[in-house]
Design a binder for this molecule. Structure first.
Ligand code: ATP
Length: 365
């Protein structure tokens, strides 16, 4: 399938300041691409370049096979939903949704049919005669989406559409956007700084930092095989444990030695590790460290560690121990017997480890 959006060697500068550096990404029709990264990493700028709201400094953007360099925003066959909704306060919901069609000279019957279809899709039929000021944040968000939907665009662009909503509504709207994507099968590009939103919505994630793409992949690829320390640390909550360790090859595999507070170093043996340098950072997600007397799989190795802190969190309990000079978090069952100040037998899932180079953070396995 030809990509619906193809970005090649894109550069964007403001004056002498390079904001986006050699961006390359393509998406297939029906993809939900999420651009995620910390504040200032350039994700909104990239979205604005796709929309044509910002001129690009170098490279090319193609939408549905057509080069966009000379195409104005209104002719790009895209629809954009912003965090500010940008609704017309004096117009009814119905008028807000149909206004764009009216401006484009779409006939009345088509306008009415489209409005009806979209209002049903978004379940906002009872709101059509209200003004935006008489709506809740979530309802306004739906109207803003309705305005985008009536355009039938080749590509939907979303710029942090949920950031003005409270936590509960955010989660509800997130599910609605996901459902909408599933129903429409539309192609979407979505900007967020929220890694959970990225994981739950995306078919494909682009993780950015400092205007440079750090990794492109499915949510599972990004989560299970982060390309570097930045991605490992940024994606996942609580974050992946990143533990300084020494690696040494021996007969059975590679010995991974980790400093342990109040005792001899902890030694794990990884039978399948690649050739590693002497100093590595071992990455292990909290859910890949268990309490040893709970049933664990073959790839687990057991070691006693001193428990520093126990944090019950409802369904799970987080248990912290100091390893490699850092607090390491294990996600355990709520019934864990872990007690602060006492040793506990931890089980580490060596089948799930990531190794990173301390000097530049790149993934080693
Ligand atoms: N018009 C502009 N002129 C100069 N610099 C700009 C302009 N717009 C954005 N920038 C800079 O470009 C960088 C990227 O900004 P951008 O808004 O794309 O980041 P972002 O990742 O979307 O962050 P946020 O989540 O905070 O919106 C920032 O350092 C910002 O200060």
């Amino acid at each position: 399938m030809a990509p619906i959006l193809d970005i090649k060697n894109l550069y964007k500068s403001y004056g002498d300041v390079k904001i986006l550096k050699d961006i390359n990404v393509a998406i297939e029709p029906g993809d939900f691409l999420v651009l995620v990264g910390p504040s200032g990493c350039g994700k909104s700028t990239l979205l604005n370049c796709i929309a044509g709201l910002e001129p690009i400094t170098g490279g090319a953007i193609t939408i549905a096979g057509q080069d966009m360099t000379e195409v104005s925003p209104k002719d790009r066959n895209i629809a954009m939903v912003f965090q500010s909704y940008a609704l017309y306060p004096t117009m009814s919901v119905a008028k807000n949704i149909t206004f764009g069609m009216k401006v484009r000279g779409v006939d009345q019957a088509t306008q009415d049919a489209k409005l009806k279809e979209v209002a049903a899709q978004l379940q906002i039929e009872p709101l059509l005669n209200r003004r935006p000021g008489q709506l809740s944040g979530g309802q306004r968000q739906r109207v803003a989406m309705g305005r985008a939907l009536v355009r039938d665009p080749a590509l939907f662009l979303f710029d942090e559409p949920l950031s003005n909503l409270d936590a509960k509504l955010r989660v509800e709207m997130r599910t609605e956007i996901k459902k909408l994507h599933q129903t429409l099968g539309a192609s979407m590009v979505y900007v967020t700084h929220d890694q959970i939103e990225a994981m739950t919505l995306a078919t494909k994630i682009v993780v950015m930092k400092g205007g440079v793409i750090q990794q492109i992949g499915t949510p599972a690829e990004i989560y299970n095989r982060p390309a570097n320390l930045f991605v490992a640390d940024f994606m996942g909550s609580p974050a992946m444990n990143l533990i300084p360790a020494k690696a040494r090859k021996n007969g059975a595999g590679t010995q991974i030695e980790i400093a342990r507070k109040g005792g001899e170093p902890l030694v794990l043996v990884d039978p399948t590790a690649p050739d590693l340098p002497a100093d590595v950072i071992l990455g292990l997600r909290p859910e890949n460290i268990a309490q040893a007397d709970v049933r664990t799989g073959e790839s687990y190795q057991v070691a006693d560690c001193l428990v520093d802190v126990v944090e019950p969190a409802g369904a799970d309990t987080y248990v912290m121990s100091n390893l490699g000079g850092k607090p390491v978090t294990a996600r355990m069952h709520a019934e864990t017997t872990a007690k602060a100040g006492q040793p506990l037998s931890f089980a580490f899932d060596l089948g799930k480890v990531s190794y990173f180079a301390p000097e530049d953070g790149r993934r080693l396995n």
